[in-house]
Design a protein around this ligand. Structure first.
Ligand code: UD1
Ligand code: CA
Length: 501
């Protein structure tokens, strides 16, 4: 189905049900805020709904109302938050959403005050805890619903184990959908039915509004069942039909953390597979985790044990991994990032990072630059071709181009109260174990000797030496450590020198 067809079929409203408590998660975090692929479950539900381009998107909330409402507003500021009252059940949730949308429809600008303008056309209902549902499948449901002018179209799936789900009741001869029976209300023979209600539907708004008036809490759970709308709609002459999917993952909800992990794994398989089809080499899909929000270019290679999160982007021909965890990191064309833990960093084209490197936010590595083994960086801008190859820390620092920072260099940027900047020019060569005591500036083309402690600015082209001249106290070991292994070794060396002379 083309994008245009999806839009031309756009429903009047999508109602996402998200009022449930989710007690089986055993979590202080509301169930629908638990994440899969870097996005909350309700975030996935909203994204799938947004894809249908509905006139209104409503989310029904109750449990942890304020937290959930704030999260939803951050995802879609136009989303309508509807509060469910103490009457339990999916039927009540939808009824209250519809009432809220009707009230909104009749207060549109230009309307007569109090004019009766209710939502018309197609209303889609989905759940906030079914994260793998796609816009494509929803659009298929809406398309069938509209084309066949149904009163209700329910999305179903056939499961090996249907325990717990509402079952689809069909006419024995022609297979017409008669209604839905909840597991708890079902007879032994009804429980053998394997076609289940996903809880996702397209309704005719007027039929839905009317039928909900007759839905009661007279059942084994004392809830208003939305599922009762199907038989009610049928009894009043409406067409009730089903769209059945063979992709059970798209209708599966997460009730506990075992199901959450299973859905997360399946979601990741789908994301990784789609990147491989788009030209990314993933050596080991099972140990590669890619958030929905990550962007990868063609001919990127991802080595085993790599997790890419947030707004991470990887440009063409870059190689990432093995064993790297990167969040909001931009990797340039042809760069190599090996065994690295990083966040909020930008890595230039052709640059090298790792192995065993810790990139903290604000790290900007220029093209063809290097941050090597056991380096930690934070708020550092490193110019083209500059290298920090081994063992050190650089923070609040600016480094020019083609500079080589020696082994074990440290920027002492924190005096215990304030942070200070270190500025190092281009073409600089620093000796091993140089310490830059910030604030300090090192000019272009300067050198530092091994072990230099740079407390004052270094002019361009200067060599900085801060260590005391070396003194050798001859015969010290024999005088101060007589009879020791060291004294014996020194004596042996003196004897062999003597015999050589
Ligand atoms: C519901 C369906 C069942 C279907 C199953 C699919 C009914 C009566 N039953 O059962 O046929 O097979 O989903 O998963 O609809 N919710 C609210 N307010 C409420 C109750 C629920 O917003 O008062 C929300 C929940 O947050 C959840 C969704 O609706 O996202 C489903 O609720 P749940 O209690 O899991 O429904 P089931 O009993 O599993
Ligand atoms: Ca459920």
């Amino acid at each position: 189905m083309s994008r245009q067809e999806i839009i031309s079929n756009n429903p009047a409203a999508v109602i996402v049900l998200a009022a449930g408590a989710g007690t089986r998660m055993k979590s202080r975090t509301p169930k629908i805020l638990h994440t899969i692929g870097g996005i909350s479950m309700v975030g996935h539900a909203i994204a799938a709904a947004q894809g249908l381009n509905p006139d209104t998107l409503a989310v029904v909330v109750r449990h942890e109302r304020d937290l959930v409402a704030a999260h939803i507003a951050a995802l879609d500021e136009g989303a309508r938050i509807v509060d469910q009252d103490e009457v339990p059940g999916t039927g009540r949730a939808v009824q209250q959403a519809l009432e809220a949308l009707d009230a909104q429809a009749s207060s549109q600008p230009g309307e007569q005050p109090g004019a009766q303008t209710a939502v018309e056309g197609t209303v889609v209902v989905t759940y906030g805890d079914v994260p793998l549902l796609t816009t494509t499948l929803l659009a298929e449901l809406v398309d069938t619903h509209n084309k066949d002018a149904n009163a209700v179209t329910v999305l179903t799936a056939v499961l090996d184990d249907a325990t717990g789900y509402g079952r689809i009741l069909r006419d024995g001869t022609d297979g017409t959908v008669l209604g839905i029976r909840e597991h708890k209300d079902a007879t032994e023979s009804e429980r053998e039915i394997r076609e289940i209600n996903s809880g996702i539907y397209a309704f005719n708004a007027a039929v839905l509004r009317e039928a909900l008036k007759s839905v009661t809490t007279d059942n084994n759970q004392g809830e208003m069942y939305l599922t009762d709308v199907l038989s009610l709609a049928r009894n009043s002459g409406g067409r009730v039909a089903a769209v059945s999917t063979t992709d059970r993952w798209q209708v599966e909800g997460a009730n506990d953390r075992v199901q959450l992990a299973a859905l997360g794994t399946e979601h990741n398989h789908r994301i990784v597979a789609s990147w491989m089809r788009a030209g990314v080499s993933v050596i080991d899909p099972a140990t590669t985790w890619i958030d929905s929000t990550v962007q990868l270019a063609e001919d990127v290679t991802i080595l085993p044990g790599t997790q890419l999160h947030g707004k991470t982007t990887v440009a063409r021909d870059a190689v990432v991994g093995p064993d790297s965890t990167l969040t909001d990191v931009q990797i340039g064309e042809g760069a190599e990032v090996t065994r690295t833990h990083g966040s909020g960093a930008i890595i230039g084209e052709g640059a090298h990072v790792g192995p065993f490197t810790y990139l903290r936010p604000g790290t900007v590595l220029g093209a063809d630059g290097k941050i090597g083994a056991f380096y930690e960086t934070k708020n550092v801008t490193i110019g083209r071709g500059s290298k920090l190859s081994h063992l050190g820390y650089a923070g609040d620092t600016e480094i020019g181009e083609d500079t080589n920072i020696g082994c074990g260099n440290i920027t002492a940027n924190f005096d215990g109260v304030n942070k200070h900047r270190t500025v190092i020019g281009s073409g600089v060569r620093t000796g091993s174990n140089t310490v830059f005591v910030a604030p300090v500036t090192v000019g272009d083309g300067a050198f530092t000797g091994a072990g230099a402690i740079v407390r004052k600015d270094v002019p361009a082209g200067a060599l900085t030496l801060t260590v005391a001249p070396q003194r050798n106290l001859e015969g010290w070991t024999a005088a101060n450590r007589p009879g020791s292994i060291s004294a014996q070794a020194a004596e042996n060396a003196r004897a062999s020198d003597d015999s050589a002379n």
